[in-house]
Design a protein around this ligand. Structure first.
Ligand SMILES: *Cc1c(COP(=O)(O)O)cnc(C)c1O
Length: 362
């Protein structure tokens, strides 16, 4: 038998230093931890979809550049003429493609923090230096700090989640525009929560040579399919496309997304309901003693617990049968904070009563 190889001798230190993206086991809980759309499809629509799947050629490789699907995505997302699309196996894969395309010695990537953890996580696995610039205490952009960091580090890529995750707020449009103007590299505006935000930089694409807009179908209601896309100038996307695995969007995903986008009003109705529920949930949180919710333009709400340990509140809510996200464990600006995804009315009621119990019954 060959001698055992020491893990340290092979796996890069920056990879060993990471923890894998943690996904909690949600079996048996009301699941309000992952920004999923809680609604399913009307039965007749499911039957029609199954019929469509029947004829799919699963023995063949998928279309590496599905024109019909791209047209549907362009139309449903208002992608300006002249801009191209790059598809990813979730927007996570697009973040990875962007970072792989720029990775090299001394290359830096920058984002305000706290933000979506995958920017830092993927940058680290690729040996890129990640610069996190703290947001202001109210989670708005600290523009003097951002401007100074961009001037000092000259990032190849800046990620701006719009609205931001996990804080839920939209940055000021003028701040985003200033960052695009100041950055010597590319600025990726991550619009994962576009169905809930009622604000976008999509229309602005033609006015800036270094702006890219990323979206996903995950939060719209198709998280299980894994489809994200990047919109931007053809010259950039042409290069990024070389990093893409040729068959990254599988046959089932392509067919199902086409089917779904042909029925977009079903999803728009669901997301409109969730926006209404978000307002109701915010009010309920605001009226609770010791709880401060932060205004959200996404399908989740971050809230701070005062006078009670957030970890205990999280555990109490979980004992009440509801799984949310403990953002507090990240520390820093998020200490004392928990994040709840907006669910169906009855799920939100269960959450509120579990929260009441957790606060009062400790
Ligand atoms: C959820 C999320 C993503 C990831 O989306 P997928 O397409 O499911 O990979 C990207 N960015 C932000 C800010 C998110 O919250």
């Amino acid at each position: 038998m060959a001698a055992a190889i020491a893990v340290e001798s092979l796996i890069r230190p920056e990879v060993r230093a990471l923890s894998a993206y943690h996904v909690a086991d949600a079996v048996g809980y009301v699941k309000l931890d992952a920004m999923e759309n809680p609604y399913t499809w009307p039965e007749a629509m499911t039957a029609e979809w199954l019929e469509r799947l029947r004829s799919l050629p699963l023995n063949r490789y998928p279309d590496p550049s599905p024109a019909g699907l791209k047209t549907l995505l362009r139309d449903s997302n208002g992608v300006p003429p002249g801009m191209d699309l790059l598809l990813g196996n979730g927007s996570d894969e697009i973040i990875q493609m962007l970072l792989m395309a720029v990775a090299g010695p001394g290359v830096k990537v920058l984002a305000p923090e706290p933000t979506f953890v995958m920017y830092r996580q993927i940058a680290s696995t690729l040996g890129l230096e990640f610069v996190g610039v703290p947001l202001a205490a109210d989670f708005s952009m600290d523009m003097p700090a951002m401007a100074a960091a961009i001037a000092e580090h000259k990032p190849a890529l800046v990620f701006l989640a719009y609205p931001n995750n996990p804080t839920g707020n939209l940055f000021e449009r003028a701040d985003v525009e200033a960052i695009v103007a100041l950055t010597p590299g590319l600025v990726v505006v991550d619009e994962a929560y576009a169905p809930f935000a009622e604000a976008s930089f999509m229309e602005d694409l033609p006015r800036h040579g270094n702006l890219l807009v990323m979206r996903t179908l995950s939060k719209l209601g198709l998280a299980g399919l894994r489809l994200g896309f990047l919109a931007g100038p053809p010259s950039w996307l042409h290069e990024l496309d070389k990093v893409r695995m040729p068959y990254n969007i599988n046959v089932l995903t392509q067919a199902t997304v086409e089917f779904a986008l042909e029925r977009l009003p079903v999803f728009e109705e669901q997301t409109a309901l969730l926006r209404q529920e978000r307002a109701a949930l915010f009010q309920a949180l605001q009226s609770m003693p010791g709880i401060t919710p932060f205004p959200s333009r996404a399908n989740f709400i971050l809230f701070r617990c005062e006078g009670v340990a957030a970890g205990d509140v999280f555990d109490g809510i979980k004992r009440g049968g509801v799984l949310i996200k403990n953002s507090s464990s990240a520390g820093g600006a998020l200490s004392g904070c928990l994040r709840v995804t907006v669910g169906k009315p009855e799920e939100n009621r269960r959450f509120i009563s579990a929260l009441e119990q957790a606060i009062s019954g400790r």
